[in-house]
Write a protein that binds this ligand. Structure first.
Ligand code: GLY
Ligand code: MN
Length: 463
């Protein structure tokens, strides 16, 4: 938790941006996994966390933009709760820690909202993503669940994005910390990836490092020798010589800030020449993005520059052909990298994705492309100091996609389909770093960069 002045300032700024009405923020409740009392690990809603800071379930916050008043709604614990959960801070104490003086019982929220509606006041809210919260909000507002999305406040979304997309010094320190945990997770895998070891044991130990140093993983760990499947959560393989292992994972620290790294390593401990050729292209693309990313530059243009370098280098290898510039415009490199170069990161690994990706990654200045590959770019905005983004180029050989393009003659003038046959069992390579945009350029987040060059990765694997 940050000093209370941080939360107060955030709420004041939000109220000023919204101008008038009531901002309603519902925190999350416990979510049952298989019966009511056996729950998933609790995770507070990130918007509530950002503006009200309380990490516990069953809280709601209200910011009255007209009165300049903040209220926390929550229930003090009963003796039964104390028996099972131990002594708890009072709602008033928790509220005071984040600079809120006024508190009410959660059961009073309905009365409060109904009175506000009756008085004709605008209720600003961001559409919930959890079903339980949807039902609660629907009941509070007296509108059907199906209408919650279209009645949500675009003004509130835009105001929240404009604050959260620029990280302050407290947040940057938290993200650096989450990155240090992420470093330990990935370094562990590099040192323990050996033929015969199961993917499951590597993934489990990796997740354990996240749990023993913080809140856990920032998303379900991707660890697979089938890196050509972009988000592969299957860990049933056994590490086998000759394969590549792609590991995309991150940590969430105890203050709920995230990291997100990807590394790809040779299962034998040494890259083959063929693997090295592709790996070097991805590594150079990652470094190119670091060279280009700075205030004033649109991340969309960095994505395009990465596609251009990839096309040049794949052409030199004989896997692409034709005019590079035309290939980039046509979106031909998307056959190899069908995803975007990166996304915002903060309290969420894909920060604020629940607001709608376009509000976060595009804003009003940029328009999302509908072209394959380009359309998957989550962050296209002009960069500003304080942005935290990922830099995650990749090259994948996805047999089904290659066969589809071949059959449909998609970008046929730019792709050497005959040569690609030799890569159907190659897998995929992705290299992801977390980046803070600074006044004049950028810096990598975390104390140390994970091994990334061929030499560094092979040395780390030797132990
Ligand atoms: N690292 C997972 C993702 O960015 O989607
Ligand atoms: Mn990522």
């Amino acid at each position: 938790m940050f000093p209370k002045s941080v939360y107060k300032t955030r709420r004041q700024l939000l109220a000023k941006d919204i101008e008038s009405g009531i901002i309603l923020m519902l925190g999350n409740s416990e979510a049952p996994a298989n019966y009511q009392d056996n729950t998933y690990k609790f995770r507070q809603d990130s918007t509530f966390l950002y503006f009200f800071g309380i990490q516990d379930p069953d809280f709601a916050g209200v910011i009255d933009a007209d009165k300049g008043e903040d209220i926390i709604f929550g229930n003090d614990v009963s003796i039964d709760d104390i028996i099972w959960m131990g002594p708890q801070k009072s709602v008033a104490d928790k509220a005071a820690e984040v600079g809120v003086k006024k508190t009410k019982k959660l059961s009073d929220l309905s009365k409060y909202i109904k009175a506000a509606i009756k008085a004709g006041r605008k209720i600003h809210y961001i559409a919930p993503y959890r079903y339980q919260v949807k039902l609660f909000l629907s009941e509070l507002l007296g509108i059907p669940v199906g209408a919650l999305q279209r009645n949500s406040s675009v003004k509130l979304i835009k105001a929240a994005v404009s604050q959260r997309i620029v990280k302050d010094k407290y947040e940057i320190a938290e993200i650096d910390h989450a990155c240090n945990i992420g470093y330990a997770m990935h370094y562990f895998v590099m040192q323990n990836c050996k033929p015969g070891v199961t993917e499951q044991s590597l993934a489990g130990m990796m997740d354990g490092i996240a749990m023993s140093n913080g809140a856990g993983v920032s998303f379900a760990t991707i660890l697979s020798q089938h890196g050509e499947t972009l988000h592969n959560h299957d860990h049933s393989g056994i590490i086998t010589k000759g394969n590549l292992l792609t590991v995309d994972a991150g940590a969430e620290n105890n203050n709920n800030y995230c990291s997100d790294f990807t590394r790809t390593m040779p299962c034998s401990g040494k890259f083959t020449t063929k693997q090295k050729e592709i790996y070097q292209i991805v590594c150079d693309c990652n470094n190119l993005a670091l060279k280009l990313a700075k205030p004033g530059v649109a991340y969309f243009d960095v994505h395009v520059a990465v596609y251009r370098l990839m096309a040049e280098r794949l052409k030199a290898l004989g896997l692409m052909k034709g005019d590079v510039e035309e290939a980039v415009v046509a979106g031909a490199p998307a056959l190899f990298m069908p995803h975007g170069l990166g996304h915002n990161m903060g309290l969420d690994v894909h920060d604020m994705e629940n607001y709608g990706e376009d509000y976060v990654g595009y804003g009003s200045a940029a328009k999302r492309s509908n072209k394959f590959g380009y359309r998957s770019l989550r962050m296209a905005r002009k960069l500003v100091e304080g942005n935290v983004i990922t830099d995650e180029p990749g090259i994948y050989f996805i047999p089904a996609l290659i066969e589809k393009w071949k059959k449909e003659k998609t970008c046929a003038q730019f792709i050497n389909f005959a040569r690609l046959k030799e890569y159907y069992d190659f897998g995929g390579i992705r290299l992801e770093d977390d980046v803070l945009i600074t006044k004049t350029g950028n810096r990598l987040l975390g104390a140390k960069r994970l091994p990334i060059t061929v030499k560094e990765v092979e040395a780390a694997m030797k132990g």
